[in-house]
Write a protein that binds this ligand. Sequence first.
Ligand SMILES: C[S@@+](CC[C@H](N)C(=O)[O-])C[C@H]1O[C@@H](n2cnc3c(N)ncnc32)[C@H](O)[C@@H]1O
Length: 425
Amino acid sequence: MTISQMNSFPPAWLWLVDEAIPKWVKKSYSPKESWKDKPFTLDDAKFFFKGVEELSELFTDERPKGMPQYFLHPRYRSGYLLYFLPLQAAKFLTLFQMHSKAIESALQFARQEGVLRIADLGAGPGTASLSLLLVLLNQKLAAGEELPPVELHWFDTNLSVMKDGQFLVEELANSFPKLRGKVQLFLNELPWWKAPSKLPKSLALTVMGHILNESTAPQGEVDGFWEEIVLRSKGGGLLLVEPASRRPSQVLSSLRDEFLASGLIENTPARIWGPCLHSGACPMAEGRDWCHFSVPVQIPGKWFRGFSEGLGSERQWLKYSYLWLASEGFQAPVVASHLRRVISDALGRGPRPEVLICEPEAAGRWNVPTYGPAERATVKRGDVISVRPSSPERPVRESRGPLKSREKPKGFKVSEKRSRPKNSR
Ligand SMILES: C[S@@+](CC[C@H](N)C(=O)[O-])C[C@H]1O[C@@H](n2cnc3c(N)ncnc32)[C@H](O)[C@@H]1O
């Protein structure tokens, strides 16, 4: 299956982005009292577009050092709700669908525990949690079966934006019988690295979405955070999603390498839902290339489409980097040894273009087969391809420095436990 075949939107999506969000934004953020309970119109869209536009300028891929606390301003909160929430939610939905077994694991663990506990760190308006609720609404249940009760534990330094999200969660749970009376939300106005002091001991899933790129924990504070959060994230594990640009992607790669090197997670690909198929050193943790994905998409929603056209063109790609760790009790399937993840677009335009493929320590190169233009066109960044060991398509290694000589990410240190075994595929 290719990465691009996995994106579809649950039926409640349009309800969320075209009804619930605009209704809340108009009610809470209209400058005139008399407008607040009227339907959201094109004039409202024009009014709120200013916030979308300015926020989009602030959200350059690489966040500036000392990122301002943009959610202090109502104009940016409303802009985020109308445009960035659907955009980021589409990324979470893509990942939840691509790794549906991780979601099944979260649900299985929740059934054992009697409750689906989700931690959402740097939650903002609860984008990841709302996406997950949309996925739960879509779950097929056997006759007489119900969803388990859901506990959402949100952490963010901005309470106002979490309250926006609280309204949306309550509206969603009240509007769809499958979730009615089932969702409990806990808001914690705290930085993400303080979460373990407030979180329950075991979680069915932890998500950190678009947060490491704009906040660095003080070294003293972060000590122990990763250890605590990885150990508590049972069921579906720990999902980290960041923008597709180099620095945040390489932070994820370096974290992954540190978790493995320190023994915080065992050295097996079964502890990683994705994107990695092996547990050797990440070949993209430093240098000019980095691990990121682009998924073609058409995000449904008339207001979203209008805003994205206002920003220049209709949005046709979802771009992100991610790391999804599996928990000890619910491991990811280990793929056959001849399979590799494609981690670049086609390099060059010749008759047999090469792509980079993910190999421990150093990226390999793979010549796309020459069967025909259709086959060539279908090999894309993110796909999993077969590279038979005896075939002439065998990847050629690019050399790269050993893991220990690489720069370590700042602020994400986990304690050393045991050295890493050599055999990691
Ligand atoms: C880009 S938004 C992402 C929100 C949400 N996770 C999403 O994916 O849409 C980043 C969020 O991180 C929050 N934030 C910034 N620094 C933080 C910190 N040190 N601890 C917790 N949250 C923080 C901001 O208030 C904001 O809500």
